[in-house]
Design a protein around this ligand. Structure first.
Ligand SMILES: Cc1cc2nc3c(=O)[nH]c(=O)nc-3n(C[C@H](O)[C@H](O)[C@H](O)COP(=O)(O)OP(=O)(O)OC[C@H]3O[C@@H](n4cnc5c(N)ncnc54)[C@H](O)[C@@H]3O)c2cc1C
Length: 413
């Protein structure tokens, strides 16, 4: 089978590596020469078994000096409460750690792995469109026909835009400003290697240690604040006022360059068609609060490669789509809770913990959306079912912030 893949980011590279290791031909079209900057630097532990399956061991990560990540830490700006979720405290079978990665180097590692296994890279090659009649990738050097085409073009959403199926209904109306800085003292309660997230009413701020003297920092804010706030550096500097603890730790540092993304999330209405599939960011993008993006792209690519190997290019990809939908909708439900003050007070930053719920949150933070013993996931599913029954849209869910700090198994409406 000969598969053409648009984009050499994690989604495209993992799809290609999986296919070639199973004996197929994979061609990747990538417009940028790697290494290139990309945002999305905190991986989830459930990425690890997939990378290991493709021959990228923990040792390979260590050899490239990536920062081990063993927990996610959160800081509630208004109350000063903090919570640390060590992955080792999660549910049986979940991986207990992963790495923080500077994406320029990491994406090259994944792409090199695909090439080393036999994938063919066309680069720089910019894809202009997909000829769906001929099943051909049309690019700046010609057009090549394939048995199957994968759109892994990321936020470019090449095929989604061509088909007119990208929409922003349900967009949480948020934007991001971000970059790298040299030094940052640890947040209270955080340990070396943790991703730390500060939550304010106006948005949230990530802090990710990448290597000695290099941190990734970014603010996710209501879109208006970013669009109308001046240069990305101005937006960053001015909106730090919502995160006084982080501002204090930063001691005046502003990323140089500071970058911005004005529209974070969007949905793609259909991710499969005859002879093609859309995956990773090309298949939709959700708020990055729980660092799910690379995992969703990686897992979808790995599963797609195996499904095509088993069923051939004309197979019914309904089961693949259902698994991908489940991953996405589970994280969407989790993200909506994050923007729900009731959940944040009662469960996330709870002073007394309900152990099964606490473990379940950790399992989901590690990226496991199907653990059979996850009590938190069971509650989340009930909430999703209630919402589906009421056909509530995907707009922001807001409830008044409660002062209740007791553990509870109620996760809101
Ligand atoms: C603010 C922010 C913070 C984030 N934080 C995290 C995080 O902490 N952890 C996490 O896991 N995820 C995070 N993400 C998400 C993460 O960046 C993406 O989900 C991930 O990169 C998706 O991988 P992908 O392979 O689908 O797309 P990409 O990584 O974007 O790769 C797509 C590739 O396609 C190429 N391409 C595009 N168009 C064409 C074309 N026409 N022709 C040829 N090539 C093309 C591009 O050059 C690119 O290399 C974050 C995202 C944002 C916006």
């Amino acid at each position: 089978m000969k598969v053409g893949i648009i984009g050499g980011g994690p989604g495209g590279a993992v799809t290609a590596a999986t296919l070639v290791r199973l004996g197929h031909e994979a061609h990747i079209y990538e417009s940028e020469v790697f290494p290139r900057f990309h945002i999305g630097e905190s991986l989830l532990p459930c990425n690890m078994p997939i990378y290991e399956d493709l021959g990228i061991s923990r040792e390979a990560f260590r050899q490239q000096s990536y920062q081990p990540k063993t927990a996610a830490h959160f800081e509630h700006v208004a109350s000063g409460r903090t919570v640390r979720f060590p992955f080792a405290d999660g549910l049986a079978g979940d991986p207990a750690s992963i790495f923080q990665v500077e994406r320029s180097r990491f994406d090259k590692l994944l792409l090199d792995t695909a090439i080393a296994n036999g994938a063919i890279l066309h680069c720089p090659a910019t894809v202009a469109s997909v000829d769906l009649e001929r099943l051909a990738i049309v690019h700046d050097r010609g057009a090549d026909a394939y048995d199957f085409i994968v759109d892994a073009s990321g936020r470019e959403t090449l095929l989604g835009r061509q088909l007119g199926i990208v929409d922003r209904d349900g967009d949480l109306m948020r934007a991001a400003v971000f970059g790298h800085i040299a030094d940052l003292p640890l947040a209270p309660g955080a340990e070396i290697g943790d991703i730390s997230i500060a939550k304010a009413d106006e948005g949230w701020c990530w802090q990710i240690p990448l290597e000695p003297r290099k941190w990734s920092i970014g603010l996710v804010l209501k879109r208006e604040r970013v669009i109308k706030g001046g240069t990305p550096a101005d937006v960053f500097r001015n909106n730090l006022a919502f995160f006084p603890q982080v501002r204090e730790r930063l001691g005046g540092q502003v990323p140089d360059p500071t970058r911005s993304i004005p529209n974070i999330s969007y949905r793609v209405r259909e991710r499969i068609g005859p002879g093609y599939a859309l995956l990773g960011d090309a298949g939709g993008f959700i708020d990055p609060i729980f660092s799910s993006g690379v995992l969703l792209a990686t897992r979808a690519g790995w599963r797609l490669g195996r499904a095509l190997h088993a069923g051939g290019p004309r197979m019914d990809l309904g089961a693949w789509k259902a698994e991908t939908d489940h991953d996405l909708s589970t994280f969407v439900a989790f993200i909506k809770l994050w923007y729900d003050g009731h959940f944040v007070d009662n469960l996330f930053f709870a002073e007394r913990r309900d152990p099964p719920i606490y473990q379940g949150i950790i399992s989901l933070l590690a990226g496991n959306t199907t653990h059979p013993d996850n009590a938190f996931l069971a509650l989340l599913k009930k909430r999703m079912a209630r919402q589906n029954a009421r056909t509530v849209g995907t707009s922001d869910v807001r409830r008044p912030t409660s002062d209740v700090k007791q553990p509870t198994t109620d996760i809101g409406q």
